[in-house]
Design a binder for this molecule. Structure first.
Ligand SMILES: *[C@@H]1O[C@H](CO)[C@@H](O)[C@H](O)[C@H]1NC(C)=O
Length: 185
């Protein structure tokens, strides 16, 4: 009998140790009954996105490309990092309302299609300090491209919605793109 107890002893101490660990550290997860979060607002944002690649003050830079990139003619494999200004009007000197910080990568072999991964960080008005996370497919030669808004911070917590991008102007490689963003938050 005593022998069997000795065999079980390490098991008991492990259980004890686990119990102590659980009570002493903060819980890994906490789940409470769902209170039924419902979006309270629907917001429409309208601004212009300026992607400047050329000149002495580019706001988007190429950080990587693959060996066959040039032979494919669609820049396949190129990765760009951008900190592009968002303005109220199409003119780059119009009021800046935020910045699009993130990256876009050429991810189609036959056309120029970008995978966009951006944080839209707003610096004006009631959304100053709030951000939106945009992730999606940007088929740049389509008239209107739609990309999901998959979340947000600050006033945009729990955000869900979509962005519609329309090319306003292209000068060389630099683009001005009109954005309409619709979100529940
Ligand atoms: C936006 O918020 C920052 C940080 O709180 C503040 O310094 C800045 O003045 C605000 N900008 C506007 C336009 O309200």
């Amino acid at each position: 009998m005593a022998k069997r107890f000795l065999i079980l002893l390490p098991l008991f101490s492990t259980i004890l140790l686990l119990a102590v660990t659980v009570t002493e550290s903060e819980a890994y997860s906490t789940t409470t009954p769902f209170q039924g979060y419902k979006p309270e607002c629907f917001t429409h944002l309208h601004f212009y996105f300026h992607d400047v690649i050329t000149g002495d003050k580019p706001t988007a830079i190429k950080v990587a490309e693959a060996r066959p990139t040039n032979s494919l003619n669609v820049n396949f494999g190129v990765i760009m990092i951008a900190d592009d200004p968002l303005t109220e009007g199409p003119d780059p000197s119009s009021k800046v309302v935020g910045r699009a910080q993130g990256m876009y990568a050429s991810t189609a072999m036959k056309d120029i299609v970008f995978t966009m991964v951006f944080n839209l960080a707003f610096t004006e008005g009631e959304f100053n300090g709030s951000t939106l996370a945009m992730y999606g497919r940007n088929d740049i030669f389509s008239k209107v491209r739609e990309m999901p808004i998959i979340g947000g911070t600050g006033a945009f917590r729990f955000a869900r919605g979509y962005a519609q991008a329309k090319t306003y102007k292209i000068v060389g490689l630099d683009a001005v793109v009109e954005y309409n963003v619709f979100i529940w938050h």
